[in-house]
Design a protein. Structure first.
Length: 474
């Protein structure tokens, strides 16, 4: 059952009929909205709001003493951040339209359906979450502060984009909405998920599941569990990971690999907070916070008919896209030092001193495996290390020398990222550039060496000698 965040303010119900207030309160608490306050005297509303902030107000339009119609503009004026949901009769649609134009968030018609009440409240609460997140994010970005720096200690970075992602993660961690973490393999998606779990203050466990390669039966059994006798060999009932993550965080990795049947079940879990254990027709409630990750292009999968559009929009309430290591080269020296320490400690060795040129070699390599690849390279080098300066041989065995590293990086980079690489297909030598420039100048000069020499900033005789050298291959 979904519970409200500890930091969330209560919901206020205002109606002069006590039995209606009690009914609303029971419905909301049954849906997981526990912190509910009630008022049956409309004259007390404004003084109550001045003394105690609330998240959302459900306001009856017709009450003795002071009507909802009179209260609405005063609430909107004095407490504009609080969404107001009106409760009205069937014959007051014109009045409701005027109230909505005046700033009311939503309306409900008596007798109020329980699903309508819960649905409207949840929309208003989500609206409050988004508004609070935007305000908090603006404040964090302007101050450049982190409230929980220790939660991100495992993610070694001095990059400004990464710093902004830490700040954004702190803001959205307090909500119960899904968070999608994207990025290439090895950038640290699970580390981000663990940091968000820690910042959120959830009392439950962090439970991770990589869904790649799971068919629908395995996905359902692993995530939702099964009842005894659900299938051959099911001698005992088994709880799923979603149950183990109760009150905590469920992290689903490689979500782009889910098949369609599993996608439908995940969508229900996210929307309704409900699921069915395998072999059971008894619905179960979940209060686990769900974080998801993928290294695949979900929009492309949608266009190919491999991923549901409705699930995509449900997943992307909050999106964290982690940049690859090649886009934050300033982090490489920090990560190198960090992994040297970790590797030496794990292998019970003294931390080796790296040669000065190692950081330069690493900085011009594209790292297709990102941070995870760098970690593996450092561990391998430290394992081989005996004494003195750390050898670069194991790094060069994978990366190559400086030139091959640049060529690999150029080949991996997107079009237009490096103009020379776009022309030559690799980072060229000086001889290759010179040959290219002479050929282009001769084309522009239509074979006239004097004009071509002027274009190149050299005399005709110098150009003639270089052309003869090229033709003879000397």
């Amino acid at each position: 059952m979904q519970q409200l965040s500890n930091s969330r303010k209560p919901v206020l119900l205002v109606d002069d009929e006590e039995h209606i207030l009690n009914t609303y309160k029971l419905i909301l608490r049954g849906s997981g909205i526990e912190d509910v306050l009630t008022l049956n005297d409309s004259r007390e509303v404004l003084s109550f709001l001045a003394a105690r902030p609330v998240e959302v107000i459900v306001l009856d339009l017709h009450m003795p003493h002071v009507s909802g119609l009179e209260l609405l503009p005063k609430i909107i004026m004095d407490f504009p951040q609080v969404p107001v949901i009106l409760v009205t009769a069937n014959d007051e649609i014109e009045t409701v339209v005027a109230c909505m134009k005046a700033g009311a968030f939503d309306y409900m018609v008596k007798p109020v359906d329980s699903d309508r009440l819960v649905g409207s409240l949840r929309k208003a609460l989500d609206h409050c979450d988004l508004s609070n997140e935007l305000s908090s994010l603006k404040e964090r970005l302007l101050s450049d502060n982190l409230e929980h720096p220790a939660a991100f200690a495992a993610i070694v970075s001095g990059n400004k984009k990464m710093r902004a992602l830490f700040q954004y993660a702190e803001v959205v961690a307090a909500t119960r909405q899904p968070i999608m973490i994207t990025g290439e393999t090895g950038v640290g998606k699970e580390l981000f998920a663990r940091a968000i779990h820690e910042v959120s203050g959830s009392k439950g466990d962090f439970v991770a599941l990589n869904v790649a390669g799971l068919d629908d039966n395995m996905f359902s059994d692993t995530l939702f569990g099964h009842k005894k006798g659900a299938f051959t060999g099911a001698d005992q009932a088994r709880e799923g990971l979603i149950s183990r993550a109760g009150g905590g965080t469920l992290f689903l990795d490689e979500i782009g690999d889910l098949n369609e049947s599993s996608q439908i079940k995940l969508l229900r879990l996210l929307q309704e907070k409900e699921y069915y254990p395998v072999g059971s027709d008894m619905v179960q409630k979940s209060d686990a916070r769900v974080l998801l990750a993928t290294n695949r292009d979900l929009k492309k999968l949608i266009s190919e008919g491999k991923f549901r559009n409705d699930l995509y929009f449900r997943l992307c309430t909050h999106l964290i896209n982690i940049p690859p290591l090649r886009e934050r080269a300033e982090d490489i020296p920090l990560l190198l030092d960090h992994f040297l320490y970790v590797a030496a400690n794990a292998l019970n060795k003294k931390k080796p001193t790296p040669p000065a040129e190692l950081a330069t070699l690493l900085s011009i390599y594209c790292f297709p495996g990102n941070v995870r690849e760098l970690e593996a390279l450092v561990f391998d080098a430290v394992t081989r290390h005996t004494s003195g300066i750390l050898s670069m041989e194991s790094f060069r065995a994978v990366i190559g020398d400086e030139r091959s590293a640049v060529q690999t990086a150029s080949h991996q980079s997107s079009s237009g990222e490096n103009e020379l690489s776009a022309i030559f297909g690799h980072f060229p030598t000086i001889d290759e550039v010179e040959e290219y420039m002479i050929a282009e100048a001769m084309k522009l000069a239509k074979g006239n060496q004097g004009i071509a020499g002027n274009l190149l900033g050299m005399g005709r005789q110098t150009l003639n000698k270089r052309l003869k050298t090229k033709s003879t291959g000397e």
